[in-house]
Design a protein around this ligand. Structure first.
Ligand code: SAH
Length: 392
């Protein structure tokens, strides 16, 4: 099946950007169906790329720029092998201390539309494109080949990530194997990712390195972990010797998970408390004094249209934390909104600091870890940004 671009619309593909926008298409073979593998050609008839076709703004997600590379089981096996090697480079494979990592991160691993998180034997797969979903059997086989004995089960969790209109009606379920084990480790701390009912694939592996950093700053500090979800930052603050840790999340379920995780790692722990409350409300009413605060809110902006309002929300949140933090305190502040650039994020924190009238220095620029690689031709893959600040 063939798609031909309008004259001049091949530029981004020549620079290896992995998307074709629908507006760039001049014509398309009859009978191309959503999820099909298509070949993309210039108006002069030169081959550009091969990828998955989808109805919508992003019409083609490119899988290969190599004319001779077919999209079959061997293709997925090659790509997933590369992905595993990259994680091995990063010390994540067969590491008994860290058994949770992202094995495939879409465009960053040259597999647009596919996310796979690995939790100690279970691969939780999320398909974000119809084409990936249609190729699910190939992908499952490739995962089994590449992971070998490490793999105990594959859980497909694509119910919430595929376009509803495609009519695929996916059901979240185990598609291969079985395991009763739910535990996964991050730098020695045990978590229980709940891929069936939890958010995303059940755990946020992307904060691993930033959680490791908080451990170093926690000794003797009174810690407030806002938007705690499963309590990741809280656990590392506790291990780092915090005087006490307060975890806050608006979801009752998240608070339950946090409390279970604390009990699992620090049985009988008496210096942790969790609160199911709105973050803004909690900070307005905060009675305790805190000298380490973590702000890791959900993406306030999912698209550019709401960027301005999102920045206002981030600013209000950061200004509040900067007002209440004790002199000499440390603030870990994040945004996981892809549409908020590093520059905008930093400017927002700058404005929040001026509003709070505090002296503030930047100690660290934080990012997503190497198991969330950013394809250099696809800057959209860069989403997580954070700053560690000293506040006087
Ligand atoms: N820091 C976490 C991930 C945070 S995800 C980690 O390390 O794993 C964002 C969390 O914010 C979700 O758990 C969500 O329930 C929570 N949340 C969303 N809106 C909130 C609000 N207004 N107040 C408090 N928590 C909120």
């Amino acid at each position: 099946m063939m798609i031909t671009l309008k004259a001049g619309k091949e530029q981004s593909l020549l620079r290896f950007h992995p998307w074709v926008f629908s507006g760039a298409i001049a014509r398309m073979d009859k009978g191309v169906e959503e999820g099909d593998i298509v070949e993309v050609y210039t108006s002069h008839g030169d081959f550009l790329a091969r990828g998955h076709y989808q109805i919508g703004t992003i019409a083609v997600r490119v899988l290969t720029f190599d004319k001779d590379e077919a999209i079959d089981e061997a293709f997925y096996t090659r790509r997933i092998t590369e992905a595993l090697e990259l994680r091995r480079d990063n010390g994540l494979v067969d590491n008994p201390n860290t058994t949770a990592y992202r094995l495939v991160f879409g465009e960053g691993d040259y597999l647009p539309g596919l996310v796979v998180d690995f939790y100690e034997g279970t691969a939780v797969v999320q398909m974000h494109s119809v084409g990936m979903y249609k190729d699910k059997d190939l992908i499952e086989k490739a995962l089994r080949t590449v992971l070998g004995d490490r793999l105990k089960a594959i859980y497909n969790k694509s119910e919430g990530t595929l376009p509803f209109k495609a009519g695929l009606n996916p059901v979240n379920s185990y598609v291969w194997g079985h395991t009763d084990s739910r535990e996964a480790r991050e730098n020695g701390i045990v978590f229980v990712p709940d891929w069936e009912k939890g958010q995303k694939t059940g755990f946020f592996v992307d904060q691993r390195e930033n959680r490791a950093l908080i451990e170093k700053y926690s000794k003797g500090r009174r810690v407030l972990n806002m938007f705690c979800y499963t309590g990741g930052f809280s656990m590392f603050a506790l291990r780092g010797g915090a005087e006490f840790v307060h975890s806050v999340d608006s979801s009752e379920r998240a608070i339950e998970l946090t409390e279970q995780n604390v009990e699992r790692n620090f049985p009988g722990c008496t210096n942790h408390k969790a609160f199911a409350q709105d973050a803004f409300h909690f900070m307005e009413q905060a009675k305790e004094k805190y000298d380490l605060i973590v702000l890791d809110p959900p993406a306030f902006a999912k698209h550019v249209g709401v960027l301005k309002n999102a920045l206002k929300g981030y600013r209000r949140l950061n200004a509040k934390a900067l007002q209440i933090i004790e002199p000499g305190g440390i603030l870990f502040t994040f945004s996981c909104s892809q549409v908020v650039s590093r520059e905008e994020f930093r400017t927002m924190v700058f404005t929040a600091a001026t509003q709070a009238k505090r002296r503030v220095s930047i100690l660290h620029f934080l990012s997503q870890p190497a198991d969330h690689p950013i394809n250099i031709y696809h800057p959209e893959g860069e989403y997580l940004k954070g700053l560690v600040l000293k506040v006087y």
